[in-house]
Design a protein around this ligand. Sequence first.
Ligand SMILES: [Fe+2]
Ligand SMILES: [Fe+2]
Length: 199
Amino acid sequence: MELTHDLKRSDFGSKDDLGSIMTESEAMQLLENWVENEKLVFHMKQVGHLMKVYALKKGYDEKEQHLWFVAGLLHDADWDKWPDEHCRKIIEELEARNQDPRVIKAIASHGPRFFGVQPESEMDKMLYAFDELSGLIHAYSLMRPQGYESMEIKGVKKRLKDKSFAAQVSREDIADASQRAGISLEELIQFVIDNQLRS
Ligand SMILES: [Fe+2]
Ligand SMILES: [Fe+2]
């Protein structure tokens, strides 16, 4: 398959910037400047939240949790203004701002089929794993009168099988991401149901 947004790069950021990471309010400011689409902002907040909670549950320290959070929060920041240059724009912006190379690499590898960059670190893999799946589960919550309440794995799996539901969500990527993360789809779904940011 043709790589539509091939970054044609494999190195991101600089090792000198390890540990250099913007604050939450700086990241929110960037989103405010770049993203008008509120649904997209919400999607990024959901993914950022899932990333942070995952890192927390893994026992990582606050600095590491923040790293994961910022990667999730900014992963689609350029999609609204520059869809054809996704995710090159945000990568260049973060490099210009001397941000931690691990965050930049995670963002660069959140769509290996498109960007041609493989998720390698645990953070890379979890960003890829949460991205599409959290979108589908959110869409499912919106069609349920009770939202996320009493949502079950089997309901989500039914929506995954129904290709006409949230048709833009790639089932192929969800399965691929789960395999790469080494976490079963069921476990990922349950984690998203339990921890996803609501409304
Ligand atoms: Fe994306
Ligand atoms: Fe996304």
